[in-house]
Design a protein around this ligand. Structure first.
Ligand code: CMC
Length: 395
């Protein structure tokens, strides 16, 4: 029997596996040897997706084939479209949020995939590409269903001339985004693509470790990502800023009214969404990259497509960040600028975490394949805290 190790609540500090996909430390975030700021500045999301899934930087020809494959796989099968159409009442009465509907749609994709029971590296790569191609279409069609408009490009899953990021925006709204909007979303997808043993990826590896299949592992990962302590924080961060704005009013930005709101939150021991991180204690490397991009978008055009004056939200966010740092020494994580940035672009808040999925499926798929390729069941121990031994039959 293996020796038991020390207990660490939330597995903090525990090395729970090996990976060649990603390294996270206090100063760097690295995808297969490339640092995140380098990728955000010089790569596209499709290049990063290839890097994560296949293992190396694509040649021009590999990239062309990869993009063509994604475009060819964007359209959804009929049963998934039917499901999305029937989900409208659930979405409208909020018994289901978009992450729940996306989770079910990915699960149905698995039921329809001819490779679904095959965990070989080749089948895993084929499935990963299909899921990657289809998630933006699910999100787009779902938003069309919520808005009561005809599905955009349901026969093709979009416009073949558009990138993964631009096509996602097009499918959601029916309008082709500006190059600047498309690039900002593209960078957000690069930043979101992979993050070693975060909760959703760990979930996917636990499921894959039983030799279960990729769609099942991704379905579980989507459920894990939904939570506000993980990916759901990008939506919750924006909801929190809306609460503050409702309380202090526009004229309250930059005044002690915001400090007072924060003091109340501290007194109530509330977790402020979009702040803190299990690993990064001196700041999340991704946050300043996205903050700068989002802010420049807001500063350039202070009226976003939703009709909100965008810059004031960044100014409020910056004040909140400063108070968190001064009073608690806690930095924003990537979800904080993400909320502000997507809000600036007029993207509906309940789709922020689904858009995270449109990117993180690459990281999940890489980890699921890595687990399958060198598997050992993931089965830790617990420290028992229940009653002492007793007998069922009373004495
Ligand atoms: N607001 C207020 N206090 C906080 C926060 C926060 N967001 N984050 C940490 N703290 C405090 C916490 O109360 C604790 O204080 P004390 O020692 O006085 O009890 C201290 O900092 C250490 O925090 P912890 O809860 O032990 O940290 P953790 O590693 O267990 O949790 C976390 C990490 C990300 C779940 C947490 O920081 C949090 O709940 N943040 C808000 C949700 C969030 O933004 N999640 C996104 C995470 S990163 C990107 C992603 O996955 O999408």
């Amino acid at each position: 029997m293996a020796e038991s190790a020390a207990f660490a609540k939330g597995l903090e500090g525990v090395i729970a596996g090996e990976t060649a996909i990603c390294a996270v430390n206090q100063t760097q975030l690295i995808y297969r040897g490339y640092e995140i700021a380098d990728l955000a500045e010089h790569a596209t999301f499709e290049e990063v997706a290839f890097l994560l899934l296949v293992g190396h930087k694509p040649s021009a020809e590999e990239l062309r084939f990869f993009k063509d494959e994604l475009i060819a796989n964007r359209a959804l099968p009929g049963p998934v479209i039917d499901f999305l159409l029937t989900a409208r009442p659930m979405l409208l009465d909020k018994s289901a949020v978009p992450m729940d509907v996306l989770r079910t749609a990915v699960s149905i994709l698995g039921n329809l995939d001819k490779d679904s029971q095959d965990n070989s590296p080749e089948a895993n790569l084929r499935k990963a590409k299909r899921i990657l191609a289809k998630v933006p279409t699910i999100i787009g069609h779902m938003q069309n269903v919520i808005d009561g408009r005809d599905l955009v490009a349901h026969e093709t899953g979009g416009d073949a001339k558009l990138s993964h990021a631009a096509n996602l925006l097009y499918l959601m709204s029916g309008s082709r985004p500006s190059d600047q909007f498309a690039r900002v979303v593209d960078v957000s997808l690069i930043l979101y693509a992979e993050h070693d043993f975060n909760a959703s990826t760990f979930t996917s590896r636990v499921i894959a470790g039983t030799l279960s299949d990729m769609h099942g592992a991704m379905t579980g990962a989507i459920a894990a990502l939904k939570g506000p302590l993980h990916g759901g924080a990008n939506e919750m961060a924006m909801e929190m800023l809306k609460d503050i704005m409702a309380d202090v009013g526009e004229a309250g930005i930059g005044t002690p009214k915001v400090d007072a709101w924060m003091e109340r939150a501290f007194a109530e021991k509330r977790k402020l969404m979009g702040f803190g991180h299990r690993v990064y204690k001196n700041g999340d490397h991704r946050a300043p990259i996205l903050h700068a991009l989002g802010r420049s978008l807001a500063a350039k055009d202070t009226t976003n497509p939703g009709g909100h004056a965008a810059l004031k939200w960044f100014q409020l966010g910056e004040q909140v960040q400063k108070i968190m740092l001064d009073k608690k020494n806690i930095h924003p994580n990537v979800d904080f600028p993400c909320g502000l940035t997507y809000f600036t672009m007029g993207i509906p808040v309940p789709q922020y975490t689904p858009i995270f999925v449109a990117s993180r499926v690459t990281g999940w798929a890489a980890h699921i394949a890595e687990q399958h390729a060198n598997n050992r069941l993931i089965r830790p121990l617990t420290a028992y805290t229940g009653p002492a031994l007793r007998t069922w039959k009373e004495a």
